[in-house]
Design a binder for this molecule. Sequence first.
Ligand code: ATP
Length: 245
Amino acid sequence: MGLIEARGVTVELGGRKVLWQIDFTIERGEIVTVVGPNGSGKSTFVRAMVGAVPPSEGRVTRSPGLVLGYVPQRLSLDAAMPLTVGRFLNLPRHRRSSEVAAMLDRVGVGGLEHRQMSALSGGQFQRALLARALLPRPDLLILDEPTQSLDQPGTAAFYRLIETVRQDLGCAVLMVSHDLHVVMSASDRVLCINGHICCEGTPTVVSAAPEYRALFGTGTHGAFALYQHQHDHHHPESEGSGADA
Ligand SMILES: Nc1ncnc2c1ncn2[C@@H]1O[C@H](COP(=O)(O)OP(=O)(O)OP(=O)(O)O)[C@@H](O)[C@H]1O
């Protein structure tokens, strides 16, 4: 079976149906991205899949012993509270310093163990969160809009890193994102949600789907094609073409 399988899931919050008739499976090693307008139920979907909110109808099955890693949207730390990156990665469980150092290296912030969390740049901070989520060697890494504080090149670099991590560690990735153009190309499968699953498939299929275009329009200026992961440099928007044309 998949890591998570949902059949006919409906979720009600505050007496209102927020999600209905959700069928979903994520397999080992897959990168699945959830897109959708504000308030469309993306976070609720992820919370239902990991068991943080119960369905009012239907059923979610998780494979036994599933290990999850979670990267939050943001984490506010009191700047007055001293907390080094090394200590942060040792919460809630002590880790060997060699293990911490290797994980920081892997996510591109090697050698920052002694730096204060409050002194990190936005991109470094997100990588520290990612390193912490990866330490338990999750089967499934969950990211809820992980690049909100990053600029566009920083966002593209972060998603490329996610692909590398997936290759190296073999974990599946389920993420919520608003960064449509950037993230779609880093995904194996995209789920477009607006209370229910409007459409799903490969990024190319979804970006061409009428349901997706009705929600997001067609005015992506070809940016969708610009961030294919094999690109190692930033293109000006005007070069865009391909899937969005
Ligand atoms: N605890 C709650 N009680 C009642 N309604 C809730 C609760 N949590 C969320 N909702 C509502 O459920 C709907 C879906 O919320 P959700 O946070 O899942 O959307 P989202 O797509 O992640 O939104 P955004 O893109 O703005 O983060 C919204 O209308 C929200 O107001």
